[in-house]
Design a binder for this molecule. Structure first.
Ligand code: KIV
Length: 289
């Protein structure tokens, strides 16, 4: 190698260690634990269908979440509350089919695990067996610890989700920032430690002050995944429709919009309709003889 040619490390994409280093198998919980050890940050996106999941997989997103945000971002509900197990199984199976390398995590939807650890086990097993996901996610800290323990004992990797837990939207009266004030901050720390102790391999921190998310991240051995948790978490997740500009109307403050897909798609549809009206489409090259 001469002085002007790039070193192998320079040739690698920025995410080479976690993603580029794993060429012919899916990312696993061990890869994510090792990334935390080395201080390597990673990205997670939601996905609800095979086509978009395939795009994200090819783009090198190491973890895809089949979130129950499918409720409001994909299925037309106002919240995540109505989403059912059958819907989650169908969407998750599609995301698994559309990907080769990303770890696929599927949400246990509202009402599918709160009754008992046995109910959580039954439904997590459905996601593993019928959809083929690599891990499940459920909401709640101390209150969900027993269920997490049972799933982990059964060999199911669990991602926990604390802070703003959207399935509790009606109890919260909206989507307020969590963990503000001493008592709430202490509770968040207790929740984070409880899910780690129960065996969760990672924990989502949603809508919590950046300083608190940084403190939790320092105190935990497992990776934290922030969404509205500031820059210090080990990973960041966004809902893909927000990230790519597909969402209509306002998005939360923590979203960065990386594209205007809604604009692009709308314009394409308008042009197509106009071409059909004027007879510009189909042209000769689109016709059989
Ligand atoms: O359902 C979802 O998309 C989520 C993310 C917001 C973390 O839980």
């Amino acid at each position: 190698m001469n002085a002007s040619s790039p070193s192998p490390a320079q040739n690698q994409p920025a995410n080479a260690t976690l993603y580029g280093g794993v060429t012919n198998r899916r990312v696993t919980v061990r890869d994510l634990a090792a990334a935390k050890q080395r201080g390597e940050k990673w990205a997670m996106l939601t996905a609800y269908d095979a086509l978009t999941a395939g795009v994200f997989d090819e783009a090198g997103i190491p973890v895809l979440l089949v979130g129950d945000s499918a409720g409001n971002c994909h299925l037309g509900y106002e919240t995540t509350v109505p989403v059912t197990m059958d819907q989650m199984v169908m969407l998750s199976a599609a995301v698994v089919r559309g990907t080769q390398r990303a770890m696929i995590v599927a949400d246990l939807p509202f009402g599918s695990y709160q009754e008992s650890p046995a109910q959580a086990m039954h439904n997590a097993a459905r996601l593993m067996k019928e959809a083929g996901v690599g891990a499940v996610k459920l909401e709640g800290g101390e209150r969900s610890a027993r269920s997490i323990e049972l799933l982990v004992e059964a060999g199911i990797p669990v991602m926990a989700h604390i802070g703003l837990t959207p399935q509790s939207v009606h109890a919260f009266g909206g989507y307020p920032v969590q963990g503000r004030g001493d008592e709430a901050a202490h509770q968040l720390l207790r929740d984070a430690k409880a899910v780690q102790q129960a065996g969760a391999f990672s924990v989502v921190l949603e809508a919590v002050p950046a300083e608190l998310a940084a403190q939790v991240t320092k105190q935990l051995a497992i990776p934290t995944v922030g969404i509205g948790g500031g820059p210090e978490t080990d990973a960041q997740v966004l809902v893909w429709t927000d990230m790519a500009g597909m969402t209509a109307g306002r998005v939360p403050k923590f979203v960065k919009k990386y594209a205007d897909l809604r604009g692009v798609l709308g314009e394409a549809a308008r042009e197509f309709a106009a071409d059909v009206r004027t007879g510009a489409f189909p042209a000769e090259e689109h016709s059989f003889h």
